[in-house]
Design a protein. Structure first.
Length: 445
């Protein structure tokens, strides 16, 4: 997807205004349609629809005013409940989880329906004031308002149910996990469907760069997080201009103004528009997004686990749930092919040198902080060891073998520093022994 459109889509998804605004626009069209139908039927076919057009105008106005006032009250209550939910989510799960609550489509539709019903009643009320240029008797318009009110009542019940469900910790964790899984499936292809490209060593890269003596550096024009990088367009620029582009940042990294974000090498003189073309392929914003940054969603799960392990909350079962979800993600990544750092054109010429995430980067972000904060919690430490054991038993255990070994070593070091009962120490030691045995067997195979 075009990186200029992706930020707009992301902004629309996490806003409370986009879906309600669309529904209000549809509501205006509905007003025009129902008024036109009523004006045609009441002026030319009134005899055929006599039952519909016996409504008293003043009674209709009173009904519309009552519905409009009720919708304003219900909308204010819904917004108040939403704000309370966001406040609770921020304090309980972390401020970065507010994004997940705001992107709930059900809440956006409910708020949009309440506002649309109010706008519909107000517009119809205004139309009924004027009798020129056509005689207007409301029927379909009022029936539509009644139907919209009934739908709003049903949506109010759904809204209360949805809010009660959305603040449950298991639901929050599963939503983050589902979003992370979706982005991982988009960013990382299966191993069987990816072409293996052998990375170059430093000597080879240096030799290629020496063959292209013309060099320039590109600096950031603003400070912020790298949100998106259009690698496909960068490859096209490198091929069209016969360049080698080396990026020093990846989505999720923070850059400061005037920092060097890329180096460009070429055999001939580099054109003036290259710098602008490369900057156009990067989106820098004020916050991180999970679109090309899987670590962001990993950090969300880790933040929930760390808050659960804090002395003020002390909820190890929530931390264990986060570990289970993170372990599932890492097992999924073990079967994926990570994007190559070096990209070549069809003629096997090096064009892009990228800073890409590795399995160790994501797995370290998933387990390091939880391991450090759970050293006094036997249940969480045991679940960490079980997760490492399950990760090592995946069919493709080459990339995760070193990570599991390093985590096991660090847990042993933490265990030596802690004073725990003999029974607890025996449980952890037994699980570590099982993990060491599996590490030895997979290393031989």
């Amino acid at each position: 997807m075009n990186i200029k459109i992706s930020p707009l889509i992301e902004m629309a998804r996490v806003s409370f205004w986009f879906v309600p605004s669309l529904m209000v626009i549809v509501c205006v069209g509905l007003v025009a349609g129902t008024v036109w139908i009523d004006s045609v039927l009441s002026s030319t076919h009134q005899a055929a629809f006599d039952v519909l057009y016996t409504t008293d105008i003043e009674a209709a106005r009173s009904l519309l005013a009552t519905i409009a006032a009720s919708m304003v009250t219900v909308t204010s209550i819904a917004f108040s409940i939403t704000i309370v939910t966001l406040t609770l989510a921020s304090s309980q799960f972390g401020p970065r989880l507010i994004r997940n609550f705001m992107m709930d489509l059900g809440t956006q539709v409910v708020l949009g329906m309440f506002i649309s019903t109010f706008i519909y009643c107000i517009l119809i009320f205004c139309v009924m004031i004027f009798n020129v240029p056509f005689p207007f008797k409301p029927s379909i318009t009022v029936l539509t308002a009644i139907v919209m009110t009934c739908i709003s009542v049903l949506l109010l019940i759904y809204f209360i149910h949805n809010v009660a469900k959305s603040i449950q910790v298991d639901v929050v964790i599963d939503d983050v996990y589902a979003e992370l899984t979706n982005y991982i499936n988009q960013l990382f292809p299966d191993r069987t469907s990816a072409n293996d490209t052998k990375p170059l060593d430093e000597g080879q890269i240096t030799r290629i760069m020496d063959e292209k003596p013309q060099k320039t550096s590109i600096s950031a024009t603003e400070s912020g997080y790298v949100q998106l990088v259009d690698r496909h367009k960068l490859m096209e620029v490198a091929q069209d201009k016969d360049l080698v582009i080396a990026l020093h940042f990846t989505p999720g990294d923070f850059v400061v103004a005037n920092a060097r974000i890329a180096d460009v090498n070429a055999e001939d003189e580099i054109e003036e528009d290259v710098e602008a073309l490369i900057r156009e392929q990067l989106v820098i914003g004020s916050c991180r997004t999970p679109v090309q940054d899987p670590e962001f969603a990993v950090h969300q799960l880790v933040e929930i686990a760390l808050r659960a392990l804090s002395p003020g909350i002390n909820d190890p079962y929530t931390a264990i749930t986060c570990i289970d979800k993170l372990n599932s993600i890492l097992c999924c990544l073990a079967a994926k092919k990570f994007p190559p750092k070096h990209r070549f054109d069809d003629n096997k010429n090096l064009r892009l040198i990228l800073k890409e995430l590795s399995f160790d980067d994501i797995s370290g972000a998933a387990f390091d902080q939880i391991r450090e904060h759970s050293e006094n919690n036997v249940a969480v430490t045991c679940r960490l060891l079980e997760a490492l054991h399950a990760l090592l038993k995946q069919p493709t255990c080459d990339i995760q073998h070193g990570f599991v070994g390093s985590q096991a070593t660090r847990i042993k070091q933490q265990q030596k520093r802690q004073s725990m009962s003999d029974g607890d120490n025996k449980v952890i030691t037994a699980k570590l022994a099982e993990l060491d045995e599996l590490l030895a067997s997979t290393a031989k195979s």
